[in-house]
Design a protein around this ligand. Structure first.
Ligand code: ADP
Ligand code: MG
Length: 358
């Protein structure tokens, strides 16, 4: 799709934001923020509610004017351009379909405004509906579709415009968990097959991990950290990233020559960097029952609760004099008789531990 927009645009970042910020009177929705989105990638803005994701996306779309900074699309400064001159299409939160129009008319709508021939419009509309798995639904009304199908119509309506960038704001938020997961796989496949740059906003980390080539984590009006999903999950740099992505035991304490002081015990920490916290993925925390822990510094603790989840089991364990941390075991490694109050030791392979800066 969109061969003319991808060359030479593919050589340039699809989107560059340079120091964009947004304030509403005394409220700062976004602090000055810069990042760039490579062409043809699936980029996700992830973060807690109120962090500034929608504001960022709408500034890229041209629906909100930045208080400071510039927005570039394919190398061209579009800060002063209106939304309809930006080579972007938007998939809004909720479904926002025209209720009195058929599926086909909803998808064709944006093309009608372009004065293409009937035949061309019909061909492209049908091609897009095929791409999103809705061939045969052309004549239906939005009320005759499931939530997932309505979401696909919205996607087709954006894709049919053949812009080089598609912006999606919480596109799956209205769907139930199972459908959301399936739609994630589909979105990813569709993005890969059309090669269009997708910029997708979500507060859901699993959704972000599933679809993204690259994630920018946004909180409190600023980009905290960005990187590939695997890097963000396995090697988070900032403490907030370790708290927000994945399921991690995050611990902090004063750092001295013998390690980090946690509840009276010195735990060895990665050397070199000045860190304020450490984290270990819940699946890398080891649990021992009877003082047979592998590390001399193992921390005494008590089980708070145990959730058997089928493939795995999730426990929370309260370190004596310290915080409660998550521990994930394969269900078959769950010791018999483990329950709230059971005394345990926790430790981990030092190589699995990550150091963080605030
Ligand atoms: P997110 O999409 O990450 O949930 P938003 O970008 O919608 O966050 O909002 C970021 C912050 O800016 C929030 O605190 C929100 O209340 C505030 N905000 C957003 N739009 C406006 C507005 N039009 N007027 C005042 N405050 C706003
Ligand atoms: Mg939002």
């Amino acid at each position: 799709m969109n061969a003319q927009a991808q060359f030479p645009a593919a050589l340039l970042p699809a989107v560059e934001v340079e120091g964009i910020s947004k304030t509403y009177g005394p409220v700062t929705a976004l602090k000055p923020t810069s990042f760039s989105i490579p062409a043809g990638r699936y980029f996700v803005l992830l973060g807690p509610s109120g962090g500034g994701k929608t504001t960022t996306l709408r500034m890229i779309a041209g629906l909100i004017r930045p208080t400071t900074g510039r927005v570039k699309i394919a190398g061209r400064d579009v800060t002063d351009q209106p939304a309809n001159r930006r080579d972007t299409a938007m998939v809004f939160q909720g479904y926002a379909l025209f209720p009195h129009m058929s599926v086909e008319q909803n998808v064709a709508y944006g093309l009608e405004l372009r004065k293409m021939s009937r035949e061309q419009i019909r061909e492209r509309t049908h091609e897009m509906l095929r791409l999103v798995g809705l061939s045969g639904f052309e004549a239906r009304r939005p009320t005759e579709l499931s939530g997932g199908q309505q979401q696909r119509v919205q996607l087709a309506r954006a894709l049919v415009l053949e812009t080089s960038i598609v912006l999606l704001d919480e596109p799956l938020a209205a769907l139930d968990a199972t459908l959301r997961k399936d739609m994630c796989f589909e979105l990813k496949h569709i993005q890969e097959s059309v090669g269009t740059t997708f910029v997708h906003v979500t507060h859901n980390q699993e959704e972000a991990m599933t679809v993204a080539d690259e994630i920018a984590l946004i909180a409190d009006g600023t980009v905290v950290e960005s990187g590939a999903p695997r890097q963000m999950y396995e090697r988070p740099h900032r403490r907030f990233t370790a708290e927000f992505i994945g399921e991690n035991a995050v611990l902090s304490g004063p750092v001295g020559p013998s390690g980090m002081r946690i509840a009276g015990t010195s735990v060895p920490v990665p050397s070199g960097e000045r860190i304020s916290a450490i984290s270990v993925a819940a699946e890398n925390v080891r649990l021992s029952l009877d003082g047979t822990a592998r590390e001399a510094w193992a921390l005494p603790a008590a089980v708070v609760d145990v959730f058997y989840l089928g493939f795995s089991a999730l426990l929370h364990v309260q370190i004596d004099g310290g915080p409660s941390i998550p521990v994930r075991l394969r269900a078959r490694d769950l010791p018999d008789g483990l329950s709230a109050g059971t005394r345990v030791w926790v430790d981990w392979d030092v190589a699995e531990m990550r150091g963080h800066v605030d």
